[in-house]
Write a protein that binds this ligand. Structure first.
Ligand SMILES: Nc1nc2c(c(=O)[nH]1)N[C@H]1C(S)=C(S)[C@@H](COP(=O)(O)OP(=O)(O)OC[C@H]3O[C@@H](n4cnc5c(N)ncnc54)[C@H](O)[C@@H]3O)O[C@H]1N2
Ligand code: MOO
Ligand code: MG
Length: 428
């Protein structure tokens, strides 16, 4: 059995990220929220576009006002009013000023803004009551960004700030990576769909919903392929079909040592290379990872990269935990996001209650992360921590980690907690 860290690095090394040229689409800017930029963006515009005023006041020549004060004020002639969006028509000469509003273009000749509060106005005369700093409140052209330099880098996830920058730079259409298509299969004779009446022994296929939700949250497209019976031929066809349609395949169930756990044999029979059969993680031990030569774009002149297959354990909590710990990083890498964002987010937290493990596997215990006076605290979910109990997983925002070899962590101790869901942002 390999360690969690070994599995994580092996999985990441098996992922070939989308190619920015071959796996891109162009979207209208309002449709691009949450998508990943495929290619760097530069702008032909300087930001600010012109020297402009940061305040409402008067544009003056510093030399005229540098010595003034309330006791010895200086009076200047106002030659023009410059509202936002207006191109100044006149040059400010010695002894002159222009009335200017926030964001308006600086007139030629002026180099400094005196804020309105330090002036007195009478008709077309303004008296300056305090000496400003040289160049005060002038926002210089290109001070924020110089035309032609890199504006946004490839791999950035587009959220409101990036959308604002692209809009300001007049990028109405943006190149983004296409979303990975992730096929989801549930295996098991006991599984029924959400609307089917339950017979004795039946269980609703909740993993299909959970995994589709996780895939969508990760910015990919879930293909919900439904339930496959524990029957080798049916399973073989279903897996082959999933491999044909997707960039990544997730199945749940059928990966342990039971009589009807066929997944691993079928992956091998279909020509897959099995890289991982078990990981020292609880829950999630029988995680199976394989690669297949991709069949998605056979007509393409380039050989498509191999396709990743995750055989997740069927227990509902095991399926979710292995997704968060192993699948999500792989999806982030595949999606074109940069390396610092691939791995999960871990924080140090103080556990409010004692934590236990058998010490044989790295254990992930679900609960809630709270920020208390700027420090994280972890509260274990009440009730059973069986990997079959998905009920108390609801509301969880963190997974407390008990390392291999450790059987007891006392309440109040500092622990490592993996953030799940949107508890902590992945964006940077
Ligand atoms: N003798 C051993 N038995 C088991 C071992 C072991 O090492 N030796 N490992 C255990 C561990 S750990 C796990 S985890 C499970 C994994 O089992 P499988 O991946 O083979 O999953 P199944 O046997 O098909 O199902 C397990 C459990 O999960 C329920 N399930 C399955 N699919 C779904 C679904 N789509 N939605 C909701 N629930 C699902 C299923 O009904 C079973 O209750 O194996 C242990 N056994
Ligand atoms: O790994 Mo299993 O997921 O312990 O129940
Ligand atoms: Mg089984």
């Amino acid at each position: 059995m390999i360690s969690v860290e070994q599995a994580e690095s092996m999985i990441l090394s098996l992922v070939h990220p989308f190619d920015a040229d071959r796996n891109r689409e162009v979207l209208e800017l309002p449709d691009a929220t949450g998508r990943v930029l495929a290619g760097s963006i530069a702008s032909a515009l300087d930001f600010p576009h012109w020297d402009n005023s940061a305040m409402d006041g008067y544009a003056v020549r510093y030399a005229d006002v540098q010595a003034c004060s309330a006791e010895s004020p200086v009076t200047l002639e106002i030659i023009e009013t410059i509202p936002a969006g207006y191109q100044p028509q006149q040059t400010v000469l010695a002894g002159q000023a222009a009335r200017i509003l926030t964001g308006s273009v600086m007139p030629d000749g002026a180099d400094t803004i005196v804020i309105q509060e330090e002036t007195q106005r009478e008709g077309n005369l303004v008296t300056i009551l305090a000496a400003p700093q040289p160049n005060a409140f002038v926002r210089r052209r290109a001070a924020f960004y110089q035309a032609g330099s890199p504006l946004l880098s490839s791999g950035l996830r587009l959220q409101a700030p990036e959308i604002a920058v692209l809009a300001a730079a007049q990028c109405a259409q943006v190149p983004v990576y296409r979303q990975p298509r992730v096929a989801i299969l549930s295996t098991g004779d006991e599984l029924v769909s959400i609307d089917q009446p339950l017979q004795p022994g039946d269980i609703v296929d909740s993993n299909q919903y959970a995994l589709a939700s996780l895939v969508a949250q990760a910015g990919a497209i879930p293909l919900r392929l439904g339930v496959v019976r524990d029957e080798p031929e049916a399973l073989k066809q279903a897996i082959a079909n999933a491999l044909d349609r997707a960039d990544m395949v997730l199945s749940s169930g059928g990966v342990s040592v039971g009589d009807y756990d066929y997944v691993e044999d079928i992956l091998a029979a279909l020509g897959g290379t099995i890289h991982i059969r078990a990981v020292a993680v609880k829950p999630g031990k029988p995680l199976t990872v394989a690669t297949f030569a991709s069949t998605l774009t056979p007509s393409h002149p380039h050989t498509p990269p191999p396709l990743l297959y995750f055989g997740l354990p069927g227990n509902p909590v095991s399926a979710l935990v292995t997704f968060w710990r192993f699948v999500e990083p792989a999806l982030r890498k595949l999606s074109g996001l940069p390396e610092p964002t691939w791995k999960p987010t871990f924080v140090r937290a103080k556990t409010r209650v004692a934590l236990r493990s058998d010490g044989k596997r790295e254990s992930y215990l679900w609960g809630q992360l709270h920020l208390v006076d700027g420090l994280y605290e972890f509260n274990l979910a009440g009730g059973s921590h069986s990997s079959g109990n998905l009920i108390n997983l609801a509301g969880a925002s963190g997974l407390a980690i008990v390392p291999i070899g450790q059987t007891h962590i006392s309440s109040g101790d500092s622990i490592q907690v993996m953030s799940i869901g949107s508890a902590l942002s992945k964006a940077f």
